[in-house]
Design a protein around this ligand. Sequence first.
Ligand code: C2E
Ligand code: CA
Ligand code: CA
Length: 670
Amino acid sequence: VHAASDDHDVERERAPLSADVTLVGVNDFTTPSRWRTKLVGGLLVFGPGMVAVVFLSAFVAAGHGPVGLIGLCTGCVTASGIYLLLRQPILSDRHIVAIAVSGSIMVGLLELTSKGQPWLPAFPLIYLCVVTLTHLFLQRRMAVAIHVFVLILSTVCTQIISPSLRALFERDLITAAWAATVGWIVSLIRRRLDRSTVLLFEQANRDVLTGLSNRLAFATVMNAALTDDNKALHASVFVIDLDRFKAINDTMGHAFGDAFLRSVATRLQKFTATDDRLTEATIARLGGDEFAVFVPLSLARQELDHVEDAMRHYFHDRFTVDGINVGCEMSIGSASYPLDGVTSAELLHQADVAMYQRKVKRSGRSSKRDETEAKSERRSRLLRDLDRALEDNELELFYQPKVVLADGSIESVEALLRWKHREFGYVPPDEFVPLAEGTGFIIALTTRVLQIAAVQSAAWSNAGLNVAIAVNVSARSLIDRELPTLARSIFELAGADIRALIVEVTETTVMADVHVAKRILEELRTMGVRLSIDDFGTGYSSLAYLRDLAVDELKIDRSFVADLHTEANEVIVRAAIQLAHNLGLAVVAEGVEDTRTLSKLRSFGCDVAQGHLFSVPMRADDATRWIRQARLSNPLASAVETKQPTVTGPPGSDPTESDFSAAVAVLNHG
Ligand code: C2E
Ligand code: CA
Ligand code: CA
């Protein structure tokens, strides 16, 4: 179990195996274990064996066997067996065989002392086989029954052969006592072994924190339900992700976070008991703050929705954890067989995607059925087309300049991803990046973005334009430890300088694995890549990043910048700028749409601005022209001259091609 989990550090961190589980193996002697195990084990194997040798010699020399001493030795073996059980509860099969072999040798000697019946040693051999085989390979109850039967049979047999009272006391009863003792020890050991095997199995299948199933067990249950050839298949799955768990964890501490997760697990269990449809539910914690419920029923869409609503309602009441009141917001997604998928992976994936969609929207579910359906249709189309987008180069990077407020120079641009879909036209990243995040596709996507950015960076550098490119990397995708090496080789291959790369860490949802993410970011930074905290003020852990990571830049979220004229936002923006400057970071304001905002930002001491006031994101060639132009005429001056934002669709709207050209035209000539 340990060896297997080494390859999956992430999993192990989520569900650590308890430290007191010892590995059970048949090769305890060859694997390094504690010296006491070895010593006692050795005594068990060699002690009685040596005694047996001594007795054999005594028998050969004197012609008779000191029965009393044999009884004493039997007692010794029993005692060491019990000691071993108390001190080291888990024994290897070798130990068991050793006990049986050594005891049987002694009983064999005992039988040999009955003169005139040389075939009697066959009985101990029978004991040996019966005791070890039954207890090792049969169910305990069966083994004990067979054991008792053989015991009585052999005692009766030896009595029939030599029916003397002396023989009964000196030979048969001691033999029977020995066989019973060995049987008892072996059976006890076997039971312990079974229990530890169960324990190990449970450890590998349970989530230690909440006691729910873990991801592995969950997948096993789902697979079992979906692969039964003889039965009609039924399956529905719900994926539940807590919305603000990261914040709770960060502010209240991990112990509190753990207790909170346990409360959520308990309530989830209680919830499944309230609904008849969920009586056979399997509940799991998939990791972090993600839970899942599986039911072996194919629920219709309305029923899924109904369960989701009921669940949300059930979680409406706040939790009291350690005397503190906490609310629990969650995003739920569901899928059922066969409409949403036919394999467990597909179903989980569909439910996951639905859940992420809701999380991104944050606003909860749309009430209008049609709208949801249309969206889900579009979403599944996009999902299906994602890898084609990568293969067919349908992904494009647009560039938006970041203007240095001190002198109007352009030191960097932000690369923003666009997908030119055959049917839907330009699809904004907000729509497909979360899909990619939910599917693990994000790594391929980030790789592609880096490739395009690297090629562009080399092109600009060759053209004598010194601009860094800021690439958005979602925190959720920072799970690939190869990312820094990959980035380096991509830039090398393109002939670009990796120091021209800026990574903007965006956080739309809780980070998958903080430690791995941190390591990746640190490695990138040592390579000369600059780090920027995107959407400052809205992310789940922007402040935690500032505390834990060495970053270079802080980007104030455009929701604060867009509405800078409200007092609250002004206070926040000022404070953010001050905080950043105190930490030695540069501050970028994004979403600057008008000159009034610009002048306010300047007066607050903001370093860099970006937004429609200067330019919407542009195609590479347009961006090149724009930057060239900016070197000739200060974009700050141009912006002030044009006074009003030149091109602004409604917030979040998709700039069309004509928008871009218009913007460039106006700015170039304005
Ligand atoms: P973001 O990093 O906050 O990017 C800024 C967004 O604000 C862009 O939207 C940009 O077009 C828009 N914007 C810029 N100036 C203004 C303005 O003055 N007013 C308004 N209303 N909006 C402005 P876009 O391109 O739709 O990107 C949305 C988000 O998608 C980005 O937010 C980023 O989080 C994500 N994203 C974009 N490209 C990538 C990528 O390559 N990888 C990843 N993982 N995420 C990306
Ligand atoms: Ca960004
Ligand atoms: Ca942003």
